[in-house]
Write a protein of this length. Structure first.
Length: 285
């Protein structure tokens, strides 16, 4: 296998992040996407899907803790959780740390991501390597999986890639309607929604689409170094629970590297440029 010295993710034609690598460990084209795994000098081992940096061993917790614990700590008693995507296992690892969670279903369309993550990312995929009884892994279409259940889950976490290829259908009103039906009466959903700096259209479109389906929609953010412009957004939609009015009601699993009780609310405090993007001039939120 030919070794490469650098890998680059292009956020757009004007912006990219380039990392120097020591070795390209694996390259494979599956029916769904191109998978690459590389050892980098700055961020350690890196997972790349269709040229997009997904996770690294050095900074994965900046993403996995925030997409998992923010919705789980908002819900008063999450017992059933669905993860769509998340084949690297990082979200499953974090969700399984909550004792109140009794069932975790992980559904990823590409089984090779799951198998390769177990081989190359054992610390991220620890829950997949030694699964607790409550974790059930499904290889298949997450959209169809969510559509197959009604009034069942407390929390749905969409840990998907960009809104192209396998993940495109997860960014639509049609899917959000299916997710709404799959959730119990006080359920909520969270989805990664790209950079609010260089991918503003995606952020705005998801906010509007979720708002057409759910009564409460709030954006929050984390800082993920390997993602475009470092600032990464998440959209949370809820039937009942508003993160601006509800604090942490349970003990926080420990240890954490990024998430804490104060961040639960502060991550929803948005800069004015994001308020302008979402609310079009209404800065009172």
């Amino acid at each position: 296998m030919e070794e490469k010295q650098y890998v680059t993710e292009w956020a757009n034609e004007n912006l990219g992040l380039t990392l120097k690598i020591t070795k390209m460990l694996h390259e494979e084209q599956t029916p769904y996407q191109k998978i690459q795994i590389a050892d980098t000098l700055e961020y350690g081992r890196l997972l790349i899907l269709d040229g997009v940096f997904q996770t690294s061993v050095k900074d994965e917790w900046t993403y996995h803790e925030m997409i998992s614990h923010v919705p789980l700590m908002l819900h008063p008693n999450p017992e059933r959780v669905l993860i769509i995507g998340g084949g690297d296992g990082g979200v499953a690892r974090e969700v399984c740390r909550h004792d109140c969670v009794k069932q975790v279903d992980l559904c990823d369309i590409d089984g090779r991501v799951i198998e390769l993550s177990k081989e190359y990312f054992p610390t991220i995929a620890s829950a997949l390597l030694d699964p607790p009884e409550k974790l059930h892994v499904h290889v298949g279409d997450g959209i169809a999986f969510a559509k197959s259940v009604k009034d069942f889950y407390d929390v749905i976490i969409i840990d998907c890639s960009d809104p192209i290829g396998p993940g495109e259908g997860l960014f639509t009103r049609k899917f959000y309607k299916s997710a709404h039906e799959a959730l119990r009466e006080d359920g909520l959903i969270v989805q990664q929604t790209e950079s609010p700096i260089v991918q503003q259209k995606t952020v705005h479109d998801v906010y509007k689409a979720m708002g057409d389906v759910f009564p409460i929609v709030r954006m929050y953010y984390s800082h993920v170094p390997i993602y475009p412009a470092c600032m990464h957004s998440f959209m949370l939609a809820s039937k009942v629970h508003d993160p601006l009015r509800t604090g942490v009601r349970r003990p926080v699993p420990q240890p954490m590297k990024y998430y804490n009780r104060t961040i639960q609310k502060s991550c929803f405090v948005l800069p004015n440029f994001i308020k302008e993007l979402l609310y079009k001039g209404n800065l009172s939120f």
